[in-house]
Design a protein around this ligand. Structure first.
Ligand code: SAM
Length: 197
């Protein structure tokens, strides 16, 4: 039978904590798979913010969302910009309802995409900090990391170090990874414990 993939596990952990009417953020919308998942989960009374620095990714995400009947979609904000600046877009009412923030790091997969455009450690760490600030208590942050490509290895190490140093009163962090395959993608999940000031 085998274990869930890292993406499957990310969706499972988020699904357990995200309800209809909640707000969610996709920090790296790419081809729109996670945005679609968050949109279906939050439903027509919910709200989803999705960020990407590539217009091509936002276009693909729009196309992906077109498979959902309009009346079932949440309020959607597809933002052409870096996730590092997410705090500027999320109003106070949405912060109180923010139950999940998902990141899938690395480059945009698929034909016609530029694999040299990758997530960068400094903006990723800024976005993780912002996510923990914005999440409501009990909310979840998930990060899929790719140590198997140049740049992804140092980014994954920095994110793991960030999680190891996170005070456990602020968030409980877990890793889901295959020890026999150190270069394979792995998942970091953090459940927010207390409000940060
Ligand atoms: N979650 C996506 C999906 O389900 O298809 C895949 C995401 S893909 C692995 C990573 C994405 O991160 C790329 O589309 C890339 O353009 C985007 N990205 C890179 N740096 C970013 C940044 N600073 N802010 C937001 N998105 C960024």
């Amino acid at each position: 039978m085998g274990f869930l993939s890292v993406l499957g596990m990310a969706h499972k952990l988020v699904a357990e904590r995200l309800s209809p009417g909640d707000t969610a953020i996709d920090g790296t919308c790419g081809n729109g798979n996670d945005t679609l998942f968050l949109a279906e989960r939050t439903g027509r009374r919910g709200c989803v913010y999705a960020f990407d620095i590539q217009e091509q990714a936002l276009k693909r995400t729009r196309q992906r969302l077109a498979s959902v009947p309009h009346e079932r979609l949440p309020e959607l904000h597809l933002i052409h910009g870096s996730h590092a600046g997410m705090a500027a877009y999320i109003g106070q009412a949405h912060r109180n309802r923010l139950a999940a923030v998902m990141f899938n790091l690395g480059y945009l997969p698929g034909p016609g995409a530029d694999a040299s455009i990758i997530t960068e450690t400094s903006s990723t760490l800024a976005a993780l900090e912002a996510s923990l600030d914005l999440l409501r208590t009990g909310g979840i942050l998930t990060v899929v990391l790719y140590p198997g490509h140049p740049g992804g290895d140092s980014e994954a190490a920095a994110v793991e170090e960030w999680a190891a140093e996170l005070p456990s009163v602020e968030g409980q962090a877990v890793l889901y990874r295959m020890p026999q395959k150190p270069a394979a993608p792995f998942l970091l999940a953090v459940e927010k414990k207390t409000s940060r000031t």
